[in-house]
Design a protein around this ligand. Sequence first.
Ligand SMILES: [Zn+2]
Length: 266
Amino acid sequence: MTQEGRRVQRRRRRRRQRIRRLCLLAAVVLVILAAVLLIWQPWGKDEPKEDPAGQTETPETPDPGTEEPEEPEQPENPIDKTAWNLLLVNPWNPLPENFTVELKDVNASHQVDARCYDDLMEMLEAAQAQGLEPVICSSYRTQNTQQVLFDYAVDQFLNQGLSQEEAEKAAARDTAVPGTSEHQVGLALDIVDVNYQMLDDAQADTPTQQWLMANSWRYGFILRYAKEKTDITGIMYEPWHYRYVGREAAKEIYESGVCLEEYLAQ
Ligand SMILES: [Zn+2]
């Protein structure tokens, strides 16, 4: 090979080496660029995309395999369902033995559990401020009072020709069997409109009832025996019977549309 030929070969080798180095450099730059993009993720991190339903994408959830699963969110102060204000008394849950309650006079003829007195007063005053005249027609009852009421209801059915057993069964639908009435707890009140004091379905249409049904929960009271829950409560629809359960529970019960039995079973 001539000297000229060797020079040409060296130049070619050097050019090939330069091209290889350039390729290597380009590859390294590409890898670095890809890594930077992966870490930075300029797509979709700053602006969460919207899904067709219009809901914003939730932030990325941690991989369950690598991180501790998060505790399900608990309300800050979960409601104690065994508290005095949530005592369940119904046809299947009689009043606890030796039940006692500290009473407070609402007026000359009515008493309630002293612990719901302030909320009751606030509710009645709020109704009156709307120009309404709620009238309490029943509140705390002793076992004896409940027995008198029940016996009277049974007599009405006996007079209609029912047997003792049938009469007691029929009476129990609207007058609780003594020992199973919420009125004996001191947390239940029958409230009617001054202009319509009948205890029937039409009571629901009075201005007082309309207001109480919409607002009693703000003061800790629920309409206890709803029309669509009679199978669960065991008591007929009573659009006048309000039960104190406390403000927190009343709000939850009102908003979820459940009855007390369902709420306590949750
Ligand atoms: Zn009642």
